[in-house]
Design a protein around this ligand. Structure first.
Ligand SMILES: Nc1ncnc2c1ncn2[C@@H]1O[C@H](COP(=O)(O)OP(=O)(O)OP(=O)(O)O)[C@@H](O)[C@H]1O
Ligand SMILES: [Mg+2]
Length: 299
């Protein structure tokens, strides 16, 4: 039995169908990537998993228990924490209060709060130093750390992360991926959506490729990164795959976040990097793939 089992979900926004029969799974202790061009349905998939959107068809199970249709706060109790695209921090609240909000689903276990705060801040000494500082005054990278830390406050079995690298300098992104690695080693499974495909594939064992709301490829990340059709057909990303630890200009958020990283409190992140063209791929390129996926790679 998989930890997470998403089976054939459809999701609509009004009349628009954003997901068509999406299936994916994450095993206990696994790190899995979900990649795809802009608008492919990555965020929608994560929002459906965490209970923010209700699928009209299909099922979502966590540890065998059906969780689709449950409200988000119930899904958290089942063991899924979601770091949303753009973080959604409470910028006027201190760091420590933002962290406490991550414990909300467990608020009845009052005695465990301080212990959990200590545990989480052990991963993030920088947040400990800034515990009383308003979240909105943190740098972009620190805000993203706070987003990850807040998600970990609920001791999730599965952490789902939407665009960890958004608007951040490469060195900060590398630090954040190191933290995810650490968290994963301690037993938390990770499902991550990432704009920089090669980064996502480097840091995961398996991956799914979404295109226009459908899973069109699935397999080991190592196989996918070596597959020339992946980038050309489905992602529209240009440039050669980067060697581990040596990202190409096309695959790293480079200057995208340099100016914006310290950006204003809370939101605003969604636009960062996108308008700059540094994401290395785009909706137009993603839609060039009229061809069907190779049958061997079909999910
Ligand atoms: N609230 C909404 N109302 C209507 N349509 C939406 C809404 N949110 C997303 N969509 C549409 O659903 C599709 C999937 O969007 P989604 O945000 O899941 O894509 P994504 O893969 O996360 O893209 P990106 O890489 O740009 O973040 C897109 O066509 C988008 O326009
Ligand atoms: Mg998205």
């Amino acid at each position: 039995m998989s930890l997470l089992d998403v089976d054939g979900i459809d999701v609509f926004y009004g009349p628009i169908q954003a997901l068509r029969g999406v299936s994916l799974r994450v095993e206990e202790g696994e790190k899995v990537a979900l990649v795809g061009a802009n608008g492919a349905g990555k965020t929608t998939t994560l929002r459906a998993i965490s209970g923010l959107l209700a699928p009209t068809a299909g099922t979502i199970r966590l540890g065998g228990a059906k969780i689709d249709g449950l409200p988000a706060f119930e899904v958290v109790k089942h063991g899924i924490a979601h770091l949303p695209e753009g973080r959604e921090l409470f910028s006027s609240l201190p760091v420590v209060e933002n962290l406490k909000l991550g414990y909300w689903a467990k608020r009845k276990e009052k005695a465990g709060l301080q212990r959990q705060l200590d545990r989480v801040m052990d991963h993030f000494p920088r947040l400990r130093e800034r515990a009383t500082q308003a979240a909105g005054t943190l740098s972009g990278g620190e805000q993203q750390m706070l987003g990850v830390a807040r998600a970990l406050m609920s001791s999730p079995k599965l952490l789902i992360v939407d665009e960890l690298s958004l608007g951040l300098a490469p060195i900060v992104v590398a630090q954040l991926f190191d933290i995810l690695e650490e968290v994963n080693r301690e037993g938390t499974s990770v499902l991550l959506v990432e704009q920089f495909v090669h980064l996502a594939l480097q840091h995961t064992a398996r991956a799914y490729v979404l295109q226009k709301g459908e899973v069109v490829m699935a397999g080991s990340s190592a196989d996918l990164v070596a597959d020339p059709t992946l980038v050309a057909s489905y992602l529209g990303e240009t440039g050669a795959p980067a060697a581990p630890g040596e990202e190409s200009a096309a695959s790293v958020p480079a200057a995208a976040g340099a100016g914006a990283a310290g950006g204003g409190p809370g939101g605003g992140a969604k636009g960062r990097g996108r308008a700059s063209g540094l994401r290395g791929r785009g909706r137009a390129a993603g839609s060039t793939s009229g061809s069907r996926p190779p049958s061997s790679g079909r999910h």
